[in-house]
Write a protein that binds this ligand. Sequence first.
Ligand code: GAR
Length: 212
Amino acid sequence: MSEEIYRSPRKTGRVAILLSGRGSNFRAIDDAVREGRIDAGIVLVLSNKEDAPGLRTARERGLETLCLDPKLFATREDYDAEIVRRLEERNVDLVCLAGYMRILTPVLCRAFKNRIMNIHPALLPSFPGLHVQQKAIDWGVRFSGCTVHFVAEEVDMGPIILQAAVPVLRDDTEETLSARILVEEHRIYPEALRLFFEGRIEVRGRRVFIDG
Ligand code: GAR
């Protein structure tokens, strides 16, 4: 059976951000866009939570925002279908999950296959799920870090694009380790977008190859 190969497009990209909270990864991406480090524009910041601080930041920065209340939809699939509609009407090339705390249904995953990225605060496939910085401390690992990956239907298990490692220190708390990891998140997430729109990312099966 021949392996499916996907190559990211070399173009000025149209990016949508999905977030549920603070939005510091969104800010890091937006800063990189504004500084010309990524050849892209953020065309929509979408949230499931009206009071998400990241949504407020997006408005302050003059970006188009949209809040869709999950309670107004009968099923999770209906909700994701509405997101797909909103993304398609804006010709979005790449969707970036930035602290988006909902599990995507296949409706969204399939519509944007290889075109949804996520940032996760652990070295996947170790520690998928939530509160993973505390789990890394409790497990006693010497290193943790963060992972930018494409989103597949199995949660936190899509092809890995970039990772960065940080040490776990003897006196770390969830807060101190999270802060150390976050510095790396803000570095590698914009970097992944830059590579994507330089057309340098190739996905073969579950492996990602980066040109150059
Ligand atoms: C980040 O640490 C991100 O890695 C994590 O949520 C935080 C969001 O922060 N995401 C996940 O845990 C996804 N499973 P932010 O809103 O400041 O970007």
